[in-house]
Design a binder for this molecule. Sequence first.
Ligand code: NAD
Length: 284
Amino acid sequence: MRSFDKRVAAVTGAGSGIGRALAVRLARRGALPALADIDGEAVRATAEAIERVCPGSRLLVTELDVADRAAVQAWADEVAGRFGRVDLVVNNAGVGVVAPVEDAAWDDVEWLMNVNFWGVVHGSKAFLPYLKRSDDGHLVNMASVFGLVGVPAMSAYCASKSAVCGFTEALRQEVRLSRSGVRVTTVLPGGVSSAFARSVRTSPQVDADALAAISSRVAATTPEQAARAILRGVKRNRARVHVGPDAYVIDWAWRLLGVGVEPFARGIAARLLPLPWAPESPEP
Ligand SMILES: NC(=O)c1ccc[n+]([C@@H]2O[C@H](COP(=O)([O-])OP(=O)(O)OC[C@H]3O[C@@H](n4cnc5c(N)ncnc54)[C@H](O)[C@@H]3O)[C@@H](O)[C@H]2O)c1
């Protein structure tokens, strides 16, 4: 996408963190943002933030659960109907669960997959026909470096983000083969200092406050830096966008070491996650 000016940009999870920063940055670049979030108050606050920096911006603000397939389709139709086109879609909404597999509640695992995986599939399928009609359509799906490596106590999250990677990378090749002109980007953030850790669901033995404190301490990137990296990647038509130095380190460690990276992942998880895991003794 050469320029965001006058481009219609739909962003999910726009009420907080990376989604809010993307929405504000897109508005500053002249885009017409269509913003959605399950938290209506939060997404209206994003709209107010945009109004402060870009008074008179043309906006569409929608309270939306991306896990609801029919609602996502209705939103896509509404965005296209209101603005007459859709050029950029960022399937950004996401949630977390921190719990060892044995203790994770079924409801929490399903909730996470419904938002992180199905939400991305819903958004991609609903908007694809509209993006194909744009002369510069671009789809961005939010994965994570935790979609590349497994992290203890984050199995559902890692699975959902791996699924987003696989789905998005297959779709990118489909649209190339069909010569539809739509571009597709997978985003792989490392740690970003957002409200994300505050909203994760945990098993009873996880200290959620300690988890939030640790996450904010180790996050290497701000949401604004993440938004800048993502939109730069869209402009340069990058297949994958890494966000933050830690994202490159984790990706390259995985490529070079394969499963040899697991002791590091375990060491970091044992040190950082507030779980009653003892430090590892060497394997016999
Ligand atoms: N923060 C990080 O360290 C990090 C790292 C890697 C990937 N990510 C991914 O980046 C994306 C954005 O995360 P963030 O850090 O900005 O988190 P955040 O919690 O600040 O923002 C997420 C937003 O998504 C919204 N949301 C949650 N469930 C929803 C639903 N069902 N329908 C619509 N909206 C919903 C929330 O209300 C919130 O406004 C997520 O997909 C997350 O998995 C974040």
